[in-house]
Design a protein around this ligand. Structure first.
Ligand code: NI
Length: 435
């Protein structure tokens, strides 16, 4: 009988995909992994969290993205066949790691991770190594295979070529999400010539490199990443929804800890509030469950919880101004006090949010955010770091951009009856120009 790890489906299966046209599955192992409850759960987690409140098309799921990353790696490996440095025995490992790399994401991961001190990478490992259908399939491939998959995703696997396919500054993960998020949000950034990049990728001993003739396609990819971060991922309206979502979670946790009696008891959140989340509970909480609570919590007696939930469900978001609390400490303290005087709890209704991104970085060994740079393979056979050859990439290399905004409910301020107080608040907020 054919070994499980080599077993092919009688007929190739295809998924219709708006970004890659078709996603091809021939391996029994991949087909079985997709069918597990842990992988199917990703259908119920949106890829872009609260972005759908800004870009209404952005309802695509982590399931879509995970299949996309798998498909890109499958195509890269197909091109690597018979090339020096490529070890065909690593094929199935690469495909499994690509498919499963985001398995541990929870609902609205960004806010949940911050508020409840969770880490999706930890849960990805837990699902792969724990008592799950995913683990049973991987261990059926060969004993210890699940550990290998977890190591590739954690970037600790010894074969760095394999790791670089899944996570590096030009990996299958980024190539999929940039194009997919561009497609579903409908923005015109995020597009680049992936077919060309795949054709010029070459395996080396410890990483994927790009033939120098493909440099301009890579420049386009770097620029598209830069644009997507500022135009889509850090969009101030999306962040406003994110701020409200985080405050709902904070408020619910606070109420629970202070002995408040909920109309709708937060049973699915209890282990999150206690910051002791077991895998089984983690897997149960998807975005459907979260929406269910938010919908019903609009009727809670606590005015802050019900107001924040009503805002989230009906997209009554906070307004924002540019505001850097590090430079404007006095204004910040004044506003905090004035909000208290106005009866608008500043801990929930006056929120600074900061985003920062480093679009591309050259090699800085030992630094906290150490990243492996992209290397070009020159006709002479030597490798050259991308920013040394590309003026465009050099211009944005190593430059971190940070953006601070202050969020608040303008509708509440408009309704203030104390005109004196209202003018004092507005004088601070709007001297910079309101958005
Ligand atoms: Ni991903």
């Amino acid at each position: 009988m054919m070994e499980y790890k080599l077993k092919q489906l009688d007929e190739e299966k295809v998924f219709k995909d708006p970004v890659h046209r078709y996603i091809h599955v021939k391996d029994q192992v991949i087909w079985d992994l997709i069918a597990t409850p842990e992988f199917q759960r990703l259908r119920r987690i949106k890829q872009l969290g609260t972005s759908y409140l800004t870009f209404h098309g952005a309802e695509h799921s982590r399931f879509n993205h995970s299949l996309g990353v798998y498909e890109i790696v499958r195509r890269i490996i197909f091109n690597f066949q018979n090339r020096k440095h490529w070890n065909p025995d690593e094929r199935l490992l690469c495909l499994c790691a690509a498919l499963l790399h985001d398995l541990g994401h929870g609902p609205f991961s960004h806010s949940f991770e911050k508020v409840f001190k969770l880490d999706h990478e930890y849960f990805t490992r837990e699902i792969i190594l724990g008592d799950t259908a995913i683990n049973r399939i991987l261990e059926h491939v060969e004993k210890g295979f699940s550990q290998k998959v977890a190591d590739v995703i954690a970037k600790t696997y010894p074969d760095k070529l394999v790791v670089s396919l899944i996570s590096s500054q030009i990996d299958a993960d980024r190539m999929d999400y940039l194009q997919r998020d561009a497609y579903f949000t409908g923005v015109s950034y995020g597009h680049f010539d992936m077919e060309r990049i795949l054709r010029v990728m070459r395996p080396t001993e410890d990483q994927v490199v790009i033939k120098s003739t493909g440099m301009h396609a890579v420049e386009d990819y770097i620029m598209s990443r830069y644009q997507m971060y500022w135009q889509v991922y850090f969009h101030p309206v999306t962040r406003s929804a994110e701020v409200i979502l985080s405050k709902i979670l904070h408020r619910a946790k606070y109420l629970y800890e202070s002995g408040y009696t909920f109309e709708l008891k937060p049973i699915h959140f209890l282990s999150f509030f206690k910051e002791d989340v077991q895998l089984e509970e983690y897997l149960k909480l998807d975005e459907g469950i979260v929406s269910y609570y938010f919908q019903l919590w609009q009727d809670e007696k606590d005015p802050i919880l019900s107001d924040l939930c009503e805002r989230f469900m009906n997209r009554r978001l906070f307004k924002y101004i540019e505001f850097n609390p590090n430079l404007e400490m006095n204004e910040w303290m004044d506003l905090y006090q004035l909000f208290q005087e106005a009866g608008i709890d500043p801990d929930y209704y006056l929120v600074v949010d900061s985003s920062s991104d480093l679009p591309y970085d050259f090699y800085r060994p030992g630094e906290e955010e150490e990243r492996l740079p992209i290397h070009l393979l020159m006709p002479s056979g030597e490798l050259k770091e991308l920013s040394r050859n590309s003026d465009i990439v050099e211009a944005i290399s190593g430059k971190k951009r940070t953006d601070h905004k202050l969020y608040f409910p303008k509708d509440r301020l408009d309704k203030l009856t104390d005109q004196h107080l209202k003018r004092k608040i507005e004088a601070i907020l709007y001297k910079r120009g309101e958005k």
